[in-house]
Write a new protein. Structure first.
Lengths: 360, 209
């Protein structure tokens, strides 16, 4: 036992005592520095704190072994869970809500100030073939699935704070449960719609000369001058690519969340949820704008997606290069003309493909 | 009011999995779900330690914070419970929980998640105490019978402690104090051979032996 109090600590204590005795005598002597030197902590290995440091994964990811089946069973403490919680509760929820609110507010403000974009020349008695039956079908297929996924997702994200106090736990649980099951079932269909849309519309959505001008003038919002465009304008093309990339990321991350059977751990699912949440809110904000322009925001914009034909004057004002091309080819139809040769072909492609116009 | 806590003494746990078995049997836990598991770290290496882990009944429970339907509640005893009638099986509690306590039985197509299941501190659920429905959904309610969780009650080495936090911490503190003295004098279980060697202390695993 006596050997335990070996010379080094004793010497340390003696020198500490000496310093303490001398301190009053030399008040201005660098006292704190001397104190720090003399009371250096004795290096005692502490296996318990080493153990907990490893368990908390402070230095590196540490996994143990366990008899329990399942992924991540050997992880005693997963520190990223708390980060995910902070993200969801303190960032995604409030800022996501502000973002959606801001988009709606901006559109309301724009509508109040600038009003509906009219067809300046008025509706003509001529029309142009714009979208085939197949194209309209995949568009509305995507639209319906997107809206369902958006509403069910919003219920899961904001329902607890907005709907639960109104509906009560039993009813809200039913709604949330239906939202979760529906979100899971329709999620894969969104990926399918995305693939169909991509292959059908990708050629007409490749960026071209003139798109930069469109962007710089904000699609005609900035300044009075008209901005010409092709079959799709720069905004529509950007929406397409945003849908492809952000929508693709949403679908891929949703895949990891939906099927917990590929051996992905919690960290992968937490990251997937972050991507899914940010991506979905971004996409939704943009789609709200898309819906606005398609419906109340612009006269004649929805015609093409409704009947497959758009008004000639609308095409001249919003997609003038494409309209010009159609007129040169003599593809202008009378308004009463019910079915064209192209329109009868369900899988037909409207004229004015970007690849053709690109060579112009 | 008591504040119920688990504590697992790593110096005593021998990885017998008795607590896991006791829990599964007492609560009729669904297939594929383990409310409690024993994790061994540094298996087969020096410093190997085992820990039994389940829901730790947090004061500020992350699962309750992120639940989109607010199905969690904390009892007067500080036990975190959830209502399976409200739970929608989204898995958010599983993401947020640091201990991996929430478990999901495979239910329906593509192994999608059923209603969450986790340790209840043997305190059942929101149903009538010890009713057949409570037994079916949540397992045993030993707390209502004045008993503590079976995992801790059956622990052979008394490594797993369960009960009022004050009592648990007192028991553990006493153990640490006693153990500390014995370790410094003889060296029983800590790996401080170097420390003892530097001080010339004889011990079972001392470098001086």
């Amino acid at each position: 036992m006596t050997g335990f109090f070996s010379p080094p600590p004793l010497k340390g204590i003696l020198s500490l005592l000496l310093v303490m005795l001398l301190l009053p005598a030399f008040p201005s002597f660098g006292a704190t520095a001397d104190l720090e030197q003399s009371v250096q902590p004795i290096q005692i290995p502490n296996p318990a704190s080493d153990l907990w440091r490893e368990v908390r994964q402070r230095d590196a990811a540490m996994t143990g072994s366990t008899q329990a089946l399942g992924v991540d069973g050997g992880v005693l403490i997963n520190p990223t869970g708390e980060k995910w919680r902070q993200f969801r509760m303190q960032q995604l929820l409030p800022y996501g809500g502000y973002a959606l609110g801001a988009v709606v507010l901006i559109l309301l403000l724009f509508y109040t100030l600038r009003g509906r974009v009219p067809i300046k020349a008025g509706m003509s008695d001529k029309k142009l073939f714009r979208y085939s039956v197949y194209e309209r079908m995949i568009h509305w297929f995507m639209a319906l699935i997107f809206l369902f996924l958006a509403f069910s997702g919003l219920i899961l994200l904001f329902g607890r704070s907005l709907l639960l106090p109104l509906m009560g736990p039993a009813l809200f649980s039913l709604l949330a449960s239906a939202s979760k099951e529906g979100h899971n079932l329709f999620g894969p269909l969104f990926a399918l719609a995305l693939v169909l849309i991509f292959f059908r519309f990708v050629r007409r959505n490749i960026y071209q000369k003139g798109d930069l001008t469109w962007l710089l003038r904000g699609g005609g919002v900035i300044g009075k001058k008209h901005v010409p465009s092709n079959f799709f304008n720069m905004g529509e093309k950007s929406l397409f690519w945003l849908l492809v990339f952000v929508g693709g990321a949403i679908a891929a991350s949703g895949f990891f969340l939906l099927f917990p059977v590929f051996g992905q751990g919690r960290v992968v699912m937490e990251l997937s949820h972050v991507v899914h949440g940010i991506g979905a809110l971004l996409m939704l904000s943009v789609i709200i704008g898309h819906i606005y322009i398609g419906t109340i925001g612009m006269e004649g914009a929805i015609e093409g997606m409704k009947s497959g034909y758009c008004d000639l004057n609308w095409a001249r004002e919003h997609h003038d290069w494409w309209a010009e091309k159609c007129e040169q080819r003599g593809e202008v139809l009378d308004r009463d003309q019910p079915i064209s040769a192209r329109g009868a072909d369900a899988l037909g492609t409207p004229s004015g493909q970007m690849s053709e116009e690109a060579g112009k | 009011m008591a504040r119920m806590k688990f504590y697992c003494d790593v110096e005593r746990c021998i990885e017998c999995n008795g607590c896991v078995t006791a829990c599964k049997n007492e609560n009729e836990v669904p297939w594929g779900v383990n409310r409690r598991r024993v994790v061994t770290i540094k298996d087969g290496e020096p410093g190997e330690r085992s820990l039994s882990v389940a829901c730790m009944h947090c004061s500020d429970a992350p699962c309750a914070a992120v639940c989109p339907v607010d199905c969690f509640y904390t009892t007067d005893d500080g036990v975190v419970l959830h209502d399976k009638d409200i739970c929608i099986g989204c898995g958010y509690c599983f993401y947020a929980c640091p201990f991996g306590a929430p478990q999901f039985p495979e239910d329906g197509a593509f192994a999608s998640r059923g209603k969450m299941d986790k340790c209840t501190f043997c305190a059942g659920g929101p149903e009538q105490d010890n009713s057949a429905e409570e037994q079916r959904k949540y397992g045993s309610n030993r707390l209502a019978e004045g008993k503590l969780p079976l995992c801790a009650e059956m622990c052979a080495t008394k490594a797993l402690l369960a009960g009022d936090a004050n009592i648990i911490s007192t028991i553990y503190r006493t153990r640490v104090v006693n153990r500390g003295a014995s370790v410094l004098s003889r060296g029983v279980s800590y790996q401080n051979a170097e420390l003892r060697a530097a001080r010339g202390v004889k011990g079972k695993s001392s470098l001086n032996d």
